[in-house]
Design a protein around this ligand. Structure first.
Ligand SMILES: [Zn+2]
Length: 69
């Protein structure tokens, strides 16, 4: 049985980015569980699961700058 693909609305994505990825885009929980990362083309991708509603998604990061420590 094929699993239905879930799509976020533009508003959900904007709110998620406003909260810097620290709140679940569905239920608003701050109890999130990011797990590792992979490199996909020019992005770093981090799978995340909400510990409250159990939904999953992937955060996508791009290199923005470089600084000397
Ligand atoms: Zn949630």
């Amino acid at each position: 049985m094929a699993r239905k693909r879930v799509v976020l609305t533009a508003r959900q994505v904007a709110e998620y980015l406003t909260h810097k990825g620290l709140r679940c885009p569905w239920c608003g929980s701050e109890w999130l569980d990011p797990s590792g990362h992979t490199f996909e083309e020019n992005d770093v991708v981090v799978p995340v699961q909400c510990c409250t509603c159990r939904r999953t998604w992937k955060d996508v990061y791009r290199l923005a700058d470089i600084v000397i420590p």
